[in-house]
Design a protein around this ligand. Structure first.
Ligand code: ADP
Length: 385
């Protein structure tokens, strides 16, 4: 068995997360984060310096990249646009195409581009791009299309792309394994609830709907993002408050969601405040749950029948109260949780619905780094066959 690790890089504009992981065994040999890249007064001027800092950390942790025999570098890229629907080996042309997608993801893709450029200069191994949008490239046109003029949408590639795809794909596969059934025969809903939150509907392993859109701002209520709002709000804020588009973008991305409603974006803190009787925290929880129920109901109607509903990411994996609230009142639709199973603390994939319930409700830890490492390794193996 190949035991050489894959280096997984998740480069944002001001941070670089890394993990050195063996895809086959899931062994994590090292991981860390370099922060404040390019910020004033920071010793890390750019992504080249960040990679250098990562290597210093590896040396300090006694990890010798030459000795472990680095297999490849897997890069998380947020936006793959209409072009990229699969993991892709990065060459100069692919890098140019990822740069060309920057207008679609101005907050996210520039960091990935800098990370790729720095890593390609440093590591002479295959580099693979894993796109957050790729799993949702299968959305039917009816789901992916915004009802705006078609020529405008086509010219500027405006459509629903969806994000967190690596996690939704990983969880839907893991859910099939957990319930011991073929992925191909299952209708699933996946709720990825972290700082960012998204839902997906998956039929036979193929994504047919998701809550995020052109950008990761659409859909569920998130830590600091509003999710769905009336698009007319932009005009209102501009007309009434003189806010610029940039101001409104910041408001909806950074000052809204749980934070805007309660003052805190961290779900644990929200739960503590709620328990202490804080009214804003209570409202935030209710709005968050209401939106989730809205999407679960919508996806049930789209799928026609549901076999598995999975909760994942920080909130989905760790908050029994949230899971219970989402399911509450849905028994007539076949949903139910066993409160004892729901309340158990665990870090392994598990079913929390009663035995023989028509819909299995699962809690499954996501692992995007491992998924990226596996997809990277699979692509390289398929090419060497
Ligand atoms: P990211 O999207 O940054 O990867 P995570 O998946 O780590 O985020 O999720 C972070 C969220 O999970 C935070 O809101 C955090 O408060 C929440 N969370 C983590 N642990 C718990 C817990 N034990 N109970 C409730 N919420 C939790």
């Amino acid at each position: 068995m190949n035991e050489a690790p894959v280096l997984v890089l998740n480069a944002g504009s001001s941070s670089l997360k890394y993990q050195l992981v063996v895809p086959e065994t899931a062994e994590v040999q090292a991981k860390g984060i370099i922060e404040r890249i390019g910020e004033q007064g920071s010793p890390i001027a750019d992504h080249d310096a960040a990679l250098q800092a990562m290597q210093d950390q590896l040396v300090a942790a006694d990890v010798d990249l030459d000795a472990v025999g680095l297999r490849a570098v897997g890069h998380r890229v947020v936006h793959g646009g209409p072009e990229f629907s699969d993991p892709t080996i990065i060459d100069d042309d692919v890098l140019a195409e990822i740069k060309d997608l920057i207008p679609l993801a101005p907050l996210h893709n520039p960091g990935a581009v800098s990370g790729i450029e720095a890593a390609r200069a440093e590591f002479d191994v295959p580099h693979v791009a894993i796109f957050d949008t790729a799993f949702f490239s299968t959305l039917p046109l009816a789901a992916a299309t915004y009802a705006i003029p078609r020529d405008l949408a086509q010219k500027y590639r405006i459509r629903r792309y969806g994000f967190h795809g690596t996690s939704h794909q990983f969880i839907s596969r893991a859910a099939a394994e957990l319930v011991g059934r073929d992925l191909g025969e299952l209708n699933q809903i996946v709720l990825h609830l972290g700082n960012g939150c998204s839902a997906s509907a998956v039929r036979g392993g193929v994504a047919v709907e998701t809550s995020m859109g052109l950008t990761p701002l659409q859909g569920l209520v998130m830590g600091t993002r509003s999710g769905d709002i009336d698009p007319g709000l932009h005009t209102f804020l501009h007309n009434e408050l003189g806010m610029s588009i940039g101001d409104i973008d910041t408001l909806l991305n950074k000052q809204s969601g749980l934070k805007g409603l309660s003052g805190v974006n961290d779900f644990r803190e929200l739960e503590q405040r709620r328990a202490a009787g804080d009214e804003g925290a209570q409202l935030a929880f209710e709005v968050y749950v209401h939106r989730l129920k809205h999407y679960v109901g919508a996806y049930l109607a789209l799928l026609g029948r549901l076999d598995v509903l999975s909760f994942t990411a920080g909130v989905g994996e760790n908050s029994p109260a949230l899971r219970a609230a989402v399911i509450e009142g849905l028994d007539g639709l076949g949903f139910g949780v066993d409160s004892e199973l729901n309340g158990e603390r665990s870090t392994v994939a598990r079913v929390i619905s009663p035995d023989r319930a028509p819909i299995a409700i699962a809690v499954i830890p996501t692992n995007e780094e491992l998924a990226i490492a596996r997809e990277t390794a699979e692509l390289l193996e398929s090419r060497s066959d």
